[in-house]
Design a protein around this ligand. Structure first.
Ligand SMILES: *Cc1c(COP(=O)(O)O)cnc(C)c1O
Length: 435
């Protein structure tokens, strides 16, 4: 079958504009994850840089020394910002950064922990699914430990789980589900005492926590200033406000990063080496990450962090004051989650969706999660008003979720997790169905 005939470019542009009518409205602060919009000028900066480097390929930094320079600048600045890493790599996102840290740990252990015949990594259950994906891909096992009552990692449970196969302990700063920071000093101290590696997943929180104190909010110890932390992941395309496709994985020691790399030397196509998973790498993502950091500078990040943390604090206070809602854990930064007390929180969520608010759902316990970004500063009052009205309706009417919220709630509590997994795989299979 031949492809359809080509169209004039204006027709293609019109079709693009037309296509996005049903997409999430991130400009007006209606979505709470997926997009980190720092305003029109920041958007102009990353758009310009991305477009300027649309064809450049980060696979060959010899061919594009400007990309080498951008990447070095971004990594060097992050190494210093996070308290003294030796080096690192840029990747396409948090998932790849975590995969690379896990690969480095696995290959490090082959040399330094030969007794670990079936290597395992200990993670709190709140760790991002990127760890499950990496473990599955790398042939490493995850040992999952429950959370404490505060929804942070239970470090005593992590200690009890260590055995001869353990290679790496993981903590998150801050967690995706509940926005709380694991006790990184305790986890890193434990790892160091047992001769293990310690990875901090700061994919979400890194660029908030690094500026929190200067923004007048609570500082926590989470980075390379903590002895025993050996690697750290931090997404540029979240609170770094870069274009999509940019993250960092950083290492305390160069020697550990070497285990991340890959080389094959017998290919007829020539000697081949690559630092991360990707082969061809979009120059635009590298250039945009560099450009936004030059544009915002330290002061710009402090200003945005203050805006985001003030907004999150206002949302937390407002939600805590709504009868029938309760915050999960004690989040202090820019992610928060709440559940219902004597009411169906998914019924609340469903009604908020009807009003155009797109929140994220949590399970065990059921809840609703929000990732606060600069675009939300202007919608706090409107959001809290809508949430208050909807919660009162659900509470007084004893209403239950009826549509997708009800299905989500049922799947979250279905004991047969294998069946739920099959359903999720089938759903992915159907979303891009072409025939
Ligand atoms: C987003 C996130 C990841 C994965 O990052 P992607 O960019 O979506 O691949 C990993 N860990 C945490 C804590 C995250 O929030």
């Amino acid at each position: 079958m031949p492809l359809a005939p080509g169209l004039p470019k204006d027709a293609v542009f019109a079709a693009l504009a037309d296509a996005r009518g049903g997409d999430a409205d991130w400009r007006r602060g209606r979505t709470f994850s997926l997009v980190y919009f720092a305003g029109d000028e920041s958007l102009e900066v990353i758009r310009h840089a991305y477009a300027a480097y649309i064809h450049e390929n980060g696979l060959s930094l010899d061919a594009f020394p400007s990309l080498r320079r951008f990447e070095r600048d971004v990594i060097r600045d992050a190494c210093a910002l996070f308290g003294g890493a030796a080096t690192g790599s840029m990747t396409s996102g948090g998932t790849e950064s975590v995969l690379m840290a896990m690969k480095a740990a696995r290959d490090w252990a082959r040399v330094h922990r030969p007794g670990a015949t079936t290597p395992t990594v200990i993670v709190p259950v709140s760790a991002h699914p990127a760890f499950d994906k990496a473990a599955h891909t790398l042939g490493v096992s995850l040992v999952k430990v429950p959370l404490g009552a505060d929804l942070r990692a239970d470090v005593a449970a992590m200690a009890a789980a260590i055995d001869a196969d353990t290679i790496l302990l993981v903590g998150t700063a801050f967690t995706f589900p509940h926005g709380v920071v694991d006790d990184i000093p305790a986890i890193a101290t434990l790892a160091a005492a047992r001769g293990l590696l310690c990875h901090v997943d700061a994919c979400l929180g890194g660029f908030v926590l690094a500026f929190a104190a200067e923004a007048g909010h609570e500082a926590v110890d989470f980075d390379f200033r903590v002895p025993g932390v050996t690697s750290l992941s931090c997404d540029l395309h979240k609170y770094g406000y870069a274009a999509k496709g940019a993250s960092l994985v950083l290492y305390r020691d160069r020697a550990l990063r070497l285990h991340q790399f890959f080389a094959t030397v017998d290919w007829p196509g020539g000697l081949y080496g690559s630092p991360t998973m990707a082969g061809t790498r979009p120059g635009g993502a590298i250039a945009a990450a560099w450009a936004i950091q030059r544009y915002l500078g330290h002061d710009g990040y402090v200003r945005l962090t203050r805006l985001v943390l003030d907004t999150a604090a206002a949302l937390r206070a407002g939600i805590a004051a709504i009868p029938g809602l309760r915050l999960l854990g004690d989040p202090r930064h820019s992610v928060l989650a709440f559940t219902g007390e004597g009411l169906d929180v998914f019924a609340v969520d469903e009604r908020m969706r009807k009003l155009g608010w797109h929140l994220d759902r949590l399970q065990t316990p059921s809840g609703v999660q929000m990732i606060v970004s600069p675009a939300h500063a202007g919608v706090v009052d409107e959001f809290l008003r809508d949430l208050g009205v909807v919660t009162a309706e659900v509470k007084e009417g004893g209403l239950a979720a009826e549509a997708d919220g009800a299905i989500y709630g049922a799947l979250a509590t279905l004991p047969d997790r294998g069946l739920v997994r099959e359903l999720v795989l089938g759903w992915i299979d159907g979303t891009d169905d072409v025939g």
